[in-house]
Design a protein around this ligand. Structure first.
Ligand code: ADP
Ligand code: 5GP
Length: 204
């Protein structure tokens, strides 16, 4: 059986990593795809847990060797999803959560057609600003750059499959759980179980 990709996108500071880590604690059978990036670790971030932090040269060598299913330059740094970070898990039936920007989401959807796209919106740009500042790991100029990008990019939410408006955190986590549950109940994903329960004679 092969697992499915759940891609979370949204402006920096909107709450993607908070929602994704709660989801991993609450739902079985989920794996988190750890991206590579050329940016430096922020705050308490750890190598190999939040990201694989590499230098630009190493990242560029990985692009040349075809290691990435998708990669993008975001805020002047490289970010990318390696084939290695998802293939092994989906092959063993695990669903994989990813946190990538809108370019990455589009490329993953082109590559794996049944990818589920989830956009996390902040309740307002003012609240987004206060969350970016509260995180306390970004300078004023970085916060400004991320806010400008957010107001340009938010309209991309319209081509995603689902939108979570991250106002009340508990409700957002419940909505993310509901999306994963509903996708797992789709007929196409139930077929292997039906075969197991009722045998190959069942018309599939
Ligand atoms: P992202 O991964 O989208 O960049 P984070 O998950 O790091 O965002 O969240 C940014 C900040 O906002 C963190 O300090 C986090 O604790 C806080 N946060 C996330 N969701 C909420 C929410 N619903 N209400 C209030 N604060 C939130
Ligand atoms: P941050 O620096 O806040 O961790 O991430 C900045 C942006 O890069 C976010 O929009 C995040 O979704 C995106 N990002 C993180 N990993 C990847 C990746 O592997 N590929 C792409 N395309 N974007 C990523």
């Amino acid at each position: 059986m092969s697992g499915q990709l759940f891609v979370f996108s949204g402006p920096s500071g909107t709450g993607k990593s908070t929602i994704v880590s709660a989801l991993r604690e609450k739902v079985d059978g989920l794996w988190y795809s750890i991206s590579h990036t050329s940016r430096r670790p922020r705050g308490m971030e750890k190598k190999g847990i939040d990201y694989h932090f590499v230098d630009r040269k190493t990242f560029e060598d990985m692009i040349d060797s075809g290691a990435f299913v998708e990669w993008a330059k975001v805020y002047d740094d490289y970010y990318g999803t390696s084939f290695a970070s998802i293939n092994e898990q989906t092959d063993s039936g695990l669903d994989v959560l990813l946190d990538v920007d809108v370019q990455g989401a589009r490329n993953l959807k082109d590559h794996f057609a049944d990818t589920v796209l989830i956009y996390v919106l902040p309740p307002s740009l003012e609240i987004l600003e206060s969350r970016l500042k509260a995180r306390g790991t970004n300078s004023d100029s970085v916060v400004r750059m991320r806010l400008e990008k957010a107001s340009r990019e938010i309209k991309n939410c319209l081509w995603y499959n689902y939108i979570i408006i991250n106002d009340e955190l508990e409700r957002s986590i419940e909505e993310a759980q509901a999306i994963v549950s509903a996708e797992r109940c789709r007929t196409i994903r139930r077929k292997p179980t039906i075969k197991k329960l009722f045998g190959n004679s069942f018309a599939l």
